[in-house]
Design a protein. Structure first.
Length: 108
């Protein structure tokens, strides 16, 4: 059974976090139970392209080619309804894409 944090009552099911420090549907919670949006990051390090949740040390996956890492990062961002940040070799941001949790409805 899904336990809903008090501050998330009334939020759509796919946007709920389950417990402190957990992940569910694109939101995690910090140690105090406050919801935190997830960002998936594609970056280059040690001659490889990596995909990770921003702020975590361990990558979700490692790739020889940037295109493969971007595809894996996009799939993770869609699955987790997260922001996707794709970086260049030098670490600068090449592109950002939102896959959920947009702050408001914007026509167009």
């Amino acid at each position: 059974m899904l336990e809903v944090l008090p501050q998330l009552r009334g939020v759509a099911h796919g946007e709920r976090a389950r417990t402190a420090g957990s992940f569910h549907g694109g939101l995690t919670t910090d140690g105090e139970g406050h919801p935190v949006a997830v960002t998936i990051e594609v970056y280059h390090q040690d001659e490889q392209w990596h995909v990770r949740r921003q702020g975590e040390r361990e990558p979700l996956s490692n790739h020889a080619k940037k295109d493969d890492a971007v595809a894996a990062g996009r799939a993770a961002a869609e699955r987790e309804r997260a922001e996707l940040v794709i970086k260049n070799l030098d670490g600068t941001i090449a592109q950002k894409d939102s896959h959920g949790h947009d702050p408001r409805n914007v026509p167009g």
